[in-house]
Design a protein around this ligand. Structure first.
Ligand code: NCC
Length: 276
């Protein structure tokens, strides 16, 4: 279904998707109140220059994968939402450098988010679905989930832990590229945390290995490796354009089909290594 060559697609991603975190100089966040809460250091300063990185999807197919050691051998590991490592190290490893969470988790499960120790490791990034190409001010007045109070509370209790808010413009810059490269019309819903996390790591790392985003031979209807819940929509997508995301990632994969089948592993270049 892809219309552009893998090389051109990588260039589009590199040049059109602006991966930035909200800063104290940005629009409605340029108040003295917000200066207290937003991290002083940029994400780049917090992580430094990264070589090999791993992105670990939360898919049920990670179960019994024995990928833990391989995942931990990377310089940095990104995980999603409430995906645990405790008790699952053998399959998913134990290193967590960055955890990308959706805003629903930072509000609805606020109590859990504020209490659960799993969130206290690594760098946190929260994202919230914004209206299509909305201005930051418009989004700020009406976020999909109002996570701002919870964010502030978390920052007050964990001031040393870097915790960023993803600039919402990124999700639609990425969505536009997904749409342009698909023959079908895509529902205008933002990409999944998985797809956002992949592109975040492509901006920070020399090379990115993604695990079980494209399912291996272990593919299953079990939604997450850490829960018993069954739902095909977890792998194929319902709200998020997951199927289109997966087609795009398959198209730019630099690894082998065997690596996908056996390890659920895709290898992507960091944007530093994309030459246009
Ligand atoms: O399930 P979720 O995603 O936390 O998974 C993180 C990312 O892993 C990839 N994935 C997951 C399961 C699966 N079988 N195959 C996969 O490829 C996807 O790329 C996914 O993004 C989200 O994207 O934020 C999502 O969050 C959950 C939920 O809000 C959180 O887990 C917090 O509890 C959403 N589920 C529900 O709202 C019920 C999910 O739709 C998207």
């Amino acid at each position: 279904t892809a219309k552009l060559s893998p090389e051109k697609l990588l260039c589009q991603l590199r040049d059109r998707v602006n991966v930035t975190m909200i800063q104290g100089s940005d629009g409605p966040f340029d108040t003295s109140e917000w200066q207290q809460y937003l991290p002083g250091k940029s994400l780049n300063e917090s992580v430094g220059r990264l070589g090999r990185c791993a992105v670990v999807s939360s898919a049920g197919s990670l179960k019994s994968s024995h990928l833990g050691q391989e995942i931990d051998s990377h310089d940095a590991v990104l995980r999603f939402n409430g995906a645990p490592v405790k008790g699952f190290q053998e399959d998913v490893g134990q290193k967590t450098t960055i955890r990308l969470v959706n805003s629903q988790l930072v509000t609805v499960e606020e109590q859990q988010f504020l209490r659960e120790v799993l969130y206290n490791t690594g760098i946190l990034i929260v994202w919230d679905p914004a209206p299509y190409h909305a201005e930051i001010h418009e989004w700020y007045r009406k976020p999909d989930y109002n996570f701002f109070d919870s964010y502030k509370l978390y920052r007050s209790t964990h001031p040393e832990q870097p915790f960023y808010i993803l600039n919402p413009k990124m999700q639609w810059q990425l969505w536009d590229i997904l749409q342009e490269n698909s023959l079908e019309h895509i529902q205008p819903n933002p990409p999944s945390s998985g797809m956002l996390g992949i592109v975040i790591m492509m901006t920070l790392c020399d090379e990115v290995d993604v695990y079980e985003f494209l399912p291996s031979k272990r593919q299953t209807d079990i939604c997450h490796y850490y829960q018993k819940f069954h739902d095909r929509a977890c792998t194929m997508g319902a709200y998020h354009p997951l199927l289109f995301e997966k087609n795009l990632v398959k198209h730019i994969n630099q690894g082998t089909d065997e690596d996908i089948y056996v390890h659920g592993k895709v290898t992507l270049p960091g944007f530093r290594n994309v030459h246009c």
